[in-house]
Design a protein around this ligand. Structure first.
Ligand code: ADP
Length: 274
């Protein structure tokens, strides 16, 4: 399912004295099955954009195309429920949204609300706890008896239980230790590779964007100012200067990015030789 933003502008509290324009003519597309990163400083508009991907926010002007649905300023879009099922958002600190008595019930909640049978929802929950790296015996526990990292995984399983075609990740590793961060990022990368899940990563980590994404969009003051592959973005010293890196650090950073990107390249080569 392709997603396309066409000349999207957005203002919070439009028409009031508190009006705040957050997006200005944002224009880019995310083809199905790709891994897209969106990076930029705090306040550059990343969170505002991500809420357009499943119509939580509607543009003040412009159009958002989500598969065959078009969300246009001022018009009521039909069948947003289907859009919300197809585009799953893992918000920052998603564990804050856990509320059920058991992990099992929490993971089953979304699908059952969307008319999936109890049996099917339970089967999905059982498969997903393993996939997110938790033992099956957590299913009967209260989510509130788990560690923060485990709770994060339960919340992620709850989003995956909806079987979305697109998953949007808003700083999904914030607050985790380095090992937990890598495990979560690798898990999403594997899901993307193995199941073709379109993945949109909103992050301020240039390393994660370079390591995992096929394409990167850089946001600055509510505009998409640059886009391209990690190679195209990070070879440009001027871009890196905008991120306030000084020249000696830029060289080190580029070397680091090059090394990190070797892994996926080798993987691709091996598959071709087989
Ligand atoms: P980022 O996710 O890149 O940090 P945001 O999308 O959160 O950026 O914010 C973009 C701009 O919109 C910022 O200037 C921010 O202050 C403003 N903003 C964000 N949320 C609101 C809101 N609920 N009401 C008013 N202004 C907001």
């Amino acid at each position: 399912m392709d997603i396309k933003l066409q000349q999207v502008s957005y203002a919070y509290a439009q028409g009031t004295p508190f009006e705040k324009r957050a997006l200005f003519d944002v224009d880019f597309g995310i083809p199905s099955h790709t891994y897209q990163a969106i990076i930029g400083h705090t306040g550059s508009g990343k969170s505002t954009i991500l809420q357009h991907f499943n119509a939580l926010l509607r543009p003040t002007s412009g159009e958002v195309h989500i598969g065959d649905r078009i969300v246009v300023a001022g018009k009521k879009a039909k069948d947003l429920k289907a859009v919300r099922q197809k585009v799953g958002i893992v918000f920052q600190f998603p564990e804050h949204q856990l509320f059920e008595e058991t992990v099992l019930k929490d993971i089953m909640f979304g699908p059952m609300n969307f008319g999936v049978s109890e049996q099917e929802a339970e089967a999905r929950a059982k498969e997903l706890v393993g996939l997110v790296g938790l033992p099956e015996n957590v299913l009967e526990k209260s989510p509130f008896d788990l560690s923060g990292g485990q709770m994060r995984r339960v919340a992620i399983a709850g989003v995956l239980a909806m079987e979305p075609e697109v998953i949007v990740l808003d700083e999904p590793t914030a607050g985790l230790d380095p090992r937990g961060q890598k495990e979560i990022m690798d898990m999403f990368y594997n899901l993307h590779q193995e199941r073709g899940l379109t993945t949109i990563l909103v992050t301020h980590s240039m390393e994660d964007a370079a390591r995992y994404a096929d394409n990167i969009v850089i946001m600055h003051e509510g505009k998409n100012v640059l886009s391209g592959t990690p190679q195209e973005i990070f070879k440009d010293v001027e871009t890196l200067k905008n991120f306030r890196l000084e020249p000696p650090r830029i060289v080190r950073f580029q070397q680091k990015i090059e090394q990190m990107m070797k892994k996926p390249f080798q993987k691709v080569c091996l598959t071709e030789e087989e």
